[in-house]
Design a protein around this ligand. Structure first.
Ligand code: HEM
Length: 154
């Protein structure tokens, strides 16, 4: 009886140590979680663009906010210019035969977005707010089309 009790106590004490030792040898599955570095340089740039674009969209109709809107436009341009010269992981991971065409298309669409953003800037500086709004809408369309094409859940 005493031996059985001792065996049970030893097992209870040993089990957690065996579990921990196992974890050291075989780390817990990551469930597909990626670190920031794994995702490449594009996501934080897209986040920056998104923050500025939200403010631009909110303010663009109001001439009283043109100065603040112009500042957000520059913030978005800065991130967009960087985004234009990197590639998303989903393109660098493509087989070589498909990569060059996808990279070219990605860059062309960002150029298109940049051109629309320059039109927004020009219209805001010239206080043509209704016109600026039209180009903001154009940017929304480019955003939606590109994300859909590349399978991005924003
Ligand atoms: C107004 C324009 C745009 C806004 C506000 C925007 C915003 C965003 C946001 C918030 C994300 C998620 C970032 C994250 O996961 O942390 C994202 C991801 C992404 N966007 Fe955009 N985007 C815009 C235009 C575009 C365009 C024009 C393209 C393609 C030419 C594009 C391609 C992508 C790709 C590939 C990702 C996934 C990045 C990754 O996880 O590797 N986006 N975008």
């Amino acid at each position: 009886m005493r031996t059985t009790l001792l065996k049970c106590a030893a097992a209870i004490l040993l089990l957690p140590s065996l579990f921990l030792a196992g974890r050291l040898v075989m780390p817990a599955p990551s469930h597909g979680a990626e670190t920031k570095e794994d995702r490449g340089p594009l996501p934080p740039l897209m986040e920056e663009m998104s923050r500025a674009f939200r403010r631009i969209s909110r303010q663009v109709k109001d001439p009283k906010q043109n100065e603040a809107t112009a500042r957000e436009i520059v913030a978005m341009q800065t991130a967009l210019l960087k985004a234009k010269s990197v590639l998303p992981k989903r393109i660098t991971d493509l087989p070589e035969a498909k990569r060059a065409a996808a990279a070219r298309r990605f860059r062309l669409r960002l150029i298109e977005l940049f051109a629309a953003l320059l039109q927004v800037e020009k219209a805001v500086l010239e206080e043509r707010n209704e016109e600026a709004l039209k180009f903001v809408k154009r940017m929304e369309v480019i955003n939606a089309e590109c994300h859909e094409e590349l399978g991005v859940d924003q």
